[in-house]
Design a protein around this ligand. Structure first.
Ligand SMILES: Nc1ncnc2c1ncn2[C@@H]1O[C@H](COP(=O)(O)OP(=O)(O)O)[C@@H](O)[C@H]1O
Ligand SMILES: [Mg+2]
Length: 231
C-alpha cells in the first residue's frame, strides 16, 4: 500500500530524515518507534504532504505522491491523527467528527461504527469537545480521522499524556480496527504497547532506521530491550 524509499527531509537547511525506506502492506499494522526528536512526525508529515522539502519517493497504491497537496492526499485515503489532536474545543463532539468526512455518503453508518468503537463519544456527542478528558479527546481525534474512511490510518503518538488504563483502551480500539482490515501506521515512544499491537516495526533514531523486523523479534532485541523496554 505504501512504500517509502530513500526519503530525505529537511527543515530549512537542516536535514532531519536520512535515506529512510520502509513499507506497509494492505491490512498490516506497522509501527515506527523511536525517541523524541528521532524524526517520526517529520516523516509522516512528509507522507501526508505537509513538508515538501524532501527527496526520494513515497509510493501510495502505485503512485508517487511526494509533493502532492495534503487535501488531495486526504481524499486519496491518507488520514493522520496528529500528535496534538487538534480538535476544536468550542465545537460539540458530533461536529468535530463531521469535520473529518469527505463526501456525505455513508455518514450515518460511519458514525455508528465510530460510536461502537468509542461508546463514550456517543454519550458525549452534544458536549463541547474541550470538556472531554485527554483520553476522550484522543478517541475523538481518531474518530474524526475515521470519518474520511481512510485506506491508511496514521497515528502520531496516540498514547501521549494518557493514563495507562486509557492507553490500553485506545490500543484495544486500534487492534479492533486492525482486525476489521484497516491498515495502520503507528508512531510511538510507548514501545511496549506499540510492539504488542503491531505485526512489524521500524526503529528510528536520529533520522535513520537502525533496525526493522517482526514485532516479536524486536521485543527480543537487546538494544531495544535496554533502550526502550527498561530491561
Ligand atoms: N518545524 C521545524 N523546524 C526546525 N526543526 C524541526 C521542526 N520540526 C522538527 N524539527 C526537528 O527535526 C527533528 C525531528 O523532529 P520530529 O520529526 O518532531 O521527531 P519525533 O516526532 O520523532 O519526536 C528534531 O531534531 C526537531 O527538533
Ligand atoms: Mg513527533
Amino acid at each position: 500500500m505504501l512504500a517509502v524509499t530513500d526519503l530525505n527531509v529537511f527543515h530549512g537547511n537542516l536535514q532531519v530524515v536520512w535515506d529512510l525506506s520502509f513499507h506497509i502492506k494492505k491490512g498490516e499494522l506497522v509501527t515506527l518507534i523511536g525517541p523524541n526528536g528521532a524524526g517520526k512526525t517529520t516523516t509522516v508529515e512528509t507522507i501526508i504532504g505537509l513538508n515538501r522539502k524532501a527527496s526520494g519517493s513515497i509510493v501510495f497504491e502505485g503512485e508517487n505522491i511526494l509533493g502532492q497537496h495534503p487535501y488531495d492526499l486526504f481524499k486519496k485515503g491518507l488520514a493522520l491523527v496528529p500528535e496534538k489532536r487538534e480538535i476544536f474545543p468550542k465545537m460539540p463532539v458530533a461536529e468535530n467528527l463531521l469535520l473529518g468526512r469527505i463526501g456525505q455518503d455513508d455518514t450515518e453508518k460511519t458514525l455508528a461504527h465510530i460510536f461502537q468503537l468509542f461508546p463514550i463519544l456517543k454519550e458525549r456527542k452534544q458536549q463541547m469537545a474541550g470538556t472531554l478528558s485527554g483520553g476522550e479527546q484522543q478517541m475523538l481525534a481518531i474518530g474524526r480521522a475515521l470519518m474520511s474512511k481512510p485506506k491508511l490510518l496514521i497515528l502520531d503518538e496516540p498514547s501521549t499524556g494518557l493514563s495507562p488504563i486509557l492507553v490500553g483502551q485506545v490500543f484495544r480500539s486500534l487492534e479492533q480496527l486492525g482486525r476489521e482490515g484497516m491498515t495502520i501506521l503507528l508512531l510511538e515512544q510507548n514501545v511496549r504497547h506499540a510492539l504488542d499491537m503491531c505485526q512489524r516495526g521500524y526503529v528510528l533514531e536520529n533520522g535513520r532506521i537502525i533496525k526493522e523486523g517482526k514485532a516479536k523479534e524486536l521485543k527480543r532485541d537487546s538494544h531495544i530491550q535496554k533502550a526502550y523496554l527498561g530491561f
